[in-house]
Design a protein around this ligand. Sequence first.
Ligand SMILES: Cc1cc2nc3c(=O)[nH]c(=O)nc-3n(C[C@H](O)[C@H](O)[C@H](O)COP(=O)(O)O)c2cc1C
Length: 177
Amino acid sequence: MKILVLTGSPRKGGNSSTLADNFIKGAKEAGHHIERFDAAFKNVHPCIACNKCGMNGPCVFKDDFEFVRQHIVDADVVVFATPMYYFGFSAQLKAVIDRFYALNGQIHRPKKAVLLMTYADTSSHEAQPITLHYQTLINYLGWEDAGQVIAPGVWPVGAVEHTSYPAKAYELGKNIG
Ligand SMILES: Cc1cc2nc3c(=O)[nH]c(=O)nc-3n(C[C@H](O)[C@H](O)[C@H](O)COP(=O)(O)O)c2cc1C
């Protein structure tokens, strides 16, 4: 399968990136083809609602989103890997999601999706805004949830490596299909 991994953290080697790395390792071992887009290290202009794309056409911005445009339409699985920022996706990842607008007509078709998310607090209640956003987004797009790894209680870079969550992300990647 073709898998597009979208990450949202600006921290190199950070917690959500580690989950993405592990997911990718498992998925590659299972023979899947991976494309990865680290949004925080790319130039993706936020959508300006000019509507020139008509929700199904070229965007006025010719920036790094072209990579996502190239790979998301044919992707069988789209992975969202993000830190929690004030109970939501990181702005870097959200900017990519908002740019889906120009592709809406082409990505509104069956796909699988995965959520990898890390946060510092330990209350599962606080993860709900992101999991609800994710589920509502994929329902709208007609995508099916293929699994989630939600890692609470991890703040500094490297914290997630002392937990079982990287192994869970690896297993999810290995068994995706
Ligand atoms: C701008 C910012 C906002 C954050 N907001 C939250 C939050 O609302 N709840 C929380 O538990 N942790 C919050 N955190 C902590 C991160 O979610 C946590 O450190 C996460 O593991 C970072 O993932 P990363 O290493 O992939 O960047 C925030 C961190 C930053 C820098």
